[in-house]
Design a protein around this ligand. Structure first.
Ligand code: GAR
Length: 193
């Protein structure tokens, strides 16, 4: 599921093209015109284009999104720069099987502006977090994290680009681990055995 430039999606797809791939991408979900929709057309992978504006309200969007994604029968759902909060219908269907990549070291700097917020706060390190999605905003159990140092001359763009190069590898690694090994949840802790 993606809304942006689709570079995390491309990384997931590259990994799924490898001869020893552990997973394949069953469908690509977008909520707007974006690069991920082009990637779907180029790769021949089914596109699910589901836009809030096409529905009377958010709940109707959420319910139809759950039904359409469900029809693709995914084992795991990955939000890779999907800039919408998933609602109760979606999470009750896929809860515990939705993975998100966030461009900060959670629980610091959740939300849509994780990179800018870290920079504005003046922290010296930030990074990438891959976590399970629950009904909060970037609050679910953490699967993996990696640190990225902030440079004095960093802009939001330069920092985000360095974080994304970490996210591309981390997210594909975690998805591979999840499909091959699973995950055990113990309270707040997610353990990949
Ligand atoms: C990534 O940095 C991802 O963590 C972020 O959007 C970027 C997508 O990059 N997601 C969020 O901020 C969600 N809160 P991409 O479009 O190049 O794949």
């Amino acid at each position: 599921m993606a809304s942006g430039t689709g570079s995390l999606l491309e990384s997931l797809l590259r990994r799924s093209d490898a001869p020893d791939a552990a997973y394949r991408v069953a469908a690509i979900v977008v909520d707007r015109d974006c690069r991920a929709a082009d990637i779907s057309r180029e790769s021949g992978i089914q596109l699910i284009d589901c836009r809030v504006a096409a529905y009377p309200d958010r709940a109707a969007w959420d319910a139809d999104l759950a039904a359409r994604v469900g029809a693709a029968e995914p084992e795991w759902v990955v939000t890779a720069g999907f800039m919408k909060i998933l609602g109760p219908a979606f999470l009750s269907r896929f809860g515990g099987r939705v993975v998100n990549s966030h461009p900060a070291l959670l629980p610091s700097f959740p939300g849509a502006h994780g990179v800018a917020d870290a920079l504005a706060h003046g922290v010296k390190v930030t990074g990438a977090t891959v976590h399970l999605v629950d009904d909060g905003v970037d609050t679910g159990p953490i699967l993996a994290q990696e640190v990225v140092a902030i440079r004095v001359d960093d802009t939001e763009d330069s920092l985000h680009e360095r974080i994304k190069s970490v996210e591309r590898i981390l997210l594909a690694d975690v998805v591979t681990d999840l499909v091959t090994k699973g995950v055990v949840i113990d309270g707040r802790k997610a353990i990949i055995p």
